[in-house]
Design a protein around this ligand. Structure first.
Ligand code: BG6
Length: 491
């Protein structure tokens, strides 16, 4: 059984402590780890925001959030009381002068604990908050800062944030979150590739025809219209989650699982991504925006109606044919797609191998092997192989999966990605977080696509909510004689 790596007592200050991320993700994640006995009891969780609240009021906010997110079977009033005794609150206007920071400083100075500052607030406030911390004398060797995505909205703004935060914190104190890196199945990508002897000899242009990465959602705006409309699917999902998945699939084996070894390999992939210009973006990218339709048999409004603004040309879907210019991957397309209000929630990576060089069984065995890595839901690894269908009636060949389903093999509760990420910050393990050059390289590639769209004045194509993107997304593959895998099939 794997050993649990202990955590030293910490003080975690959540800026934006009463906000959506804190209530939906951070507080429940901390409570679950507390239930699992992984948070030292003298640690403290201090919420802060502009709102004047007492510690008891904050505990009520936290109670509602944790109760709603916890399975009643594992809820315990006694554990809640113990967890609540770790909670505290301090109102703070971060734009006010140094005097305003004093009450927070008094709470955390001299505790001897690791201090973690979690910025669950607008990125436009990151630099100001870091400077406020420095001026209040709250930055020391073992303090850490956690930055939520998005880090900027393009390379220039990301660089500005990274520079500003870097004036106060060293790079090894900065934890940039991409919550996909905290998901079990995403972590499994490296284990699958680098702890099995089977894959590495096949993992290149010699045996792989193409790779598909899909992250589809059935949800729409979920009350985030203000943020989302200024961002769109490319910035919201591709710049971070999809490119991180691409890196984990495409990177060279790192020398070890040390944070910088992994991050150095990932960044080489980002730097090798072929830039898209106006001409290549016209052929190799698709923008889409959903119009009203049926999702899981329920009528839903179109993006513009949901937004209340019929002039928006923000994309809610994007598909890209990406190429990696290096020896391993030259000529192997990576097809990426992500969107809201698609037919289902489904994140998966499909490694589509080349067919055998010469099929002695004729066309029926022409279909290539596929490795399908289902990230969510129904987490699984499926390797589709050819086998002979038993029984009379001639030699019939079928493609069937070796099916490694998580649900069938592990009876564990699925921890939310934030649980792992928060504990890794407390442990000081940077391997699941993005280094500054990673974020900036990803923006550089994405900025090229945005510029190409602007130059081409590319408007998003409509797609009906509940469909898998606009027709052009299917054509992107069809043109290359390929097709997106349909979930639940071998195709
Ligand atoms: C977030 C995006 O980073 O990831 C959201 O901002 C998106 O728009 C979410 O819905 C998807 O995360 P998950 O874990 O539900 O796949």
């Amino acid at each position: 059984m794997a050993e649990f790596v202990p955590v030293c007592p910490f003080d975690l200050v959540i800026f934006g402590g009463t906000g959506d991320l804190s209530r939906r993700k951070l507080l429940p994640a901390l409570f679950h780890r507390f239930l699992d006995d992984q948070i030292p009891e003298n640690s403290r969780i201090i919420g802060t925001s502009r709102t004047e609240l007492s510690a008891a009021d904050f505990a009520t906010v936290a109670y509602d959030a944790c109760k709603a997110a916890t399975n009643p079977e594992i809820w315990s009033d006694e554990s809640w009381e113990a967890f609540a005794s770790m909670l505290d609150y301090q109102a703070l206007d971060i734009s006010a002068d140094a005097e305003a920071w004093k009450p927070l400083a008094e709470k955390i100075k001299g505790s001897g604990h690791i201090t973690i500052y979690y910025l669950a607030m607008s990125p436009s406030l990151y630099v100001k908050t870091c400077h406020g911390l420095a001026e209040a004398g709250l930055v020391w060797d073992d303090s850490r800062i956690v930055l939520e995505k998005p880090i900027g909205k393009d390379l220039a703004s990301a660089t500005e944030i990274n520079d500003g935060v870097g004036e106060v914190f060293n790079e090894d104190q900065i934890y940039r979150i991409d919550h996909y890196l905290g998901k079990e199945t995403v972590q499994n990508l490296m284990v699958l590739r680098f702890s099995n002897v089977l894959f590495e000899p096949l993992w290149s242009r010699h045996h792989i025809d193409h790779v598909q990465i899909t992250v589809s959602e059935d949800l729409g705006l979920e009350g985030r219209a203000g943020y989302y409309d200024g961002s769109g699917a490319l910035r919201d999902m591709v710049q971070n989650h999809l490119l991180q998945l691409l890196c984990l699939i495409a990177m060279e084996p790192p020398n070890s699982i040390e944070a910088d070894e992994i991050r150095t390999e990932k960044i080489k992939v980002l730097r090798a991504l072929k830039p898209l210009d106006a001409e290549t973006a016209r052929r190799n990218t698709v923008r889409g925006q959903y119009v009203q339709g049926l999702v899981k048999n329920k009528a839903v409004r179109g993006y513009l109606e949901e937004l209340g603004d019929d002039a928006s040309s923000t994309e809610t879907f994007v598909a890209i044919k990406a190429e990696i210019d290096n020896w391993r991957w030259a000529g192997v397309p990576f097809y990426l797609r992500t969107g809201k209000r698609m037919s289902r929630r489904n994140s998966e990576v499909v490694i589509h191998f080349k067919p055998v060089a010469h099929s002695i069984f004729g066309p029926q065995a022409n279909e290539a092997n596929q490795l399908v890595i289902k990230l969510q839901p129904d987490e699984a690894v499926r390797l589709f192989l050819h086998i002979k269908e038993p029984g009379p009636g001639g030699l019939r060949i079928k493609s069937l999966p070796l099916n490694l389903s998580y649900a069938e093999n592990f009876m564990l509760r699925y921890p939310d990605a934030y649980e792992r990420l928060l504990m890794e910050v407390a442990r000081g393990n940077l391997s699941l977080f993005m280094r500054r050059d990673e974020v900036e390289s990803a923006w550089k590639w994405v900025d090229g696509i945005v510029a190409a769209w602007e130059e081409n004045q590319t408007k998003p194509d409509d797609y009906t909510a509940g469909a898998d993107g606009p027709l052009a997304a299917a054509m992107l593959m069809d043109r290359d004689d390929r097709a997106w895998r349909k979930p639940g099939t071998s195709k």
